[in-house]
Design a protein around this ligand. Structure first.
Ligand code: BGC
Length: 277
């Protein structure tokens, strides 16, 4: 059996993490982490830091990236914690595919983490508590169009990022931050009516209040292991430059010997993450 190895990359506000995943989404060997270059991050700096993070890892056949901002068709639209001005319009997916010589898929980091966390049933939501506050919504395992709730005002004119992000946690202290997180959960439940909410990100471990039955903390490693699910979806779900020559992704890369796209991408859930990264 030839096992396809996926290089999983989780770009965060403070760290870039990388690991190899086997076909089942299990990590092979050690996870690597390098610091995120200082803001504003230029495209070249980002690619260099990714190179540095993946150098100790072995070979791979495909690449998935979780990016902390709005990404469409593999192209960065915003990067609030890295520098939207320096990175806006950067076609990370194509540039990395050409640079690494392997097909690449890039998605928002909270969406990726969600793939690692969800069970694939009903309306499931993910909230990541790191440098920013990432959100993702899934219906029966399918990721919904990405909403940057992080930048929606939640209290006065404070956005979720400003209200429950890492800077707020450090400035206000854990007690107030915890109250805010509890309030945010109530608001999200009211607004989204999720069946279940998964909380990830490096700051999730600072939650001290008892979680309601419909809320679970998931491991931060979901931000990497969730990456495998990007390759269990039909390529159309991640339209854009999948392969260096701009061609389409063959069935062998989808891990599908029949050549049919595998719609049941979330049949077996597992867990993933991101730190105050
Ligand atoms: C960004 C989101 C991201 C979140 C977590 C926010 O600042 O706007 O796109 O998912 O941080 O990294």
């Amino acid at each position: 059996m030839n096992e396809l190895r996926t290089l999983a990359i989780d770009i965060g506000g403070t760290g870039i993490k990388a690991a190899l995943l086997d076909d089942a989404g299990n990590m092979i060997g050690e996870r690597q982490r390098v610091p995120t270059p200082p803001k504003p991050v230029a495209p070249d700096d980002l690619v260099r830091a990714i190179d540095q993070a993946i150098t100790p890892l072995g070979s791979f056949e495909r690449v998935s990236v979780g990016f902390p901002g709005y990404v469409r068709d593999g192209r960065v639209l915003t990067a609030p914690n890295l520098g939207s001005e320096s990175l806006a319009n950067f076609d990370l997916q194509t540039v990395l595919a050409e640079h690494l010589g392997k097909p690449v898929r890039v998605l928002n980091d909270a969406d990726v983490q969600g793939f690692g966390a969800i069970k694939g049933r009903g309306i499931e939501m993910v909230l990541t508590l790191g440098t920013g506050a990432g959100t993702a919504i899934f219906r029966d395992g399918e990721v919904m169009p990405h909403l940057e709730l992080a930048h929606h005002p939640v209290s006065g004119n404070k956005t979720y990022d400003e209200y429950i992000g890492n800077a707020a946690r450090r400035k206000k202290g854990k007690k107030i931050w915890n109250k805010r997180v509890a309030k945010a959960i109530d608001i999200l439940r009211e607004v989204v009516r999720f069946d279940h909410l998964y909380i990830g990100g490096g700051n999730a471990e600072d939650i001290t209040f008892p979680l309601p039955a419909d809320v679970t903390i998931v491991p931060n490693s979901d931000g990497l292991t969730g990456d495998i699910h990007l390759w269990r979806k039909a390529p159309t779900a991640f339209a854009g430059a999948d392969v260096p020559n701009g061609g389409t992704v063959g069935p062998e890369l989808r891990g599908d010997p029949t050549g049919a796209a595998n719609p049941d991408s979330t049949a077996e859930p597992d867990q993933a993450s991101d730190s105050p990264s």
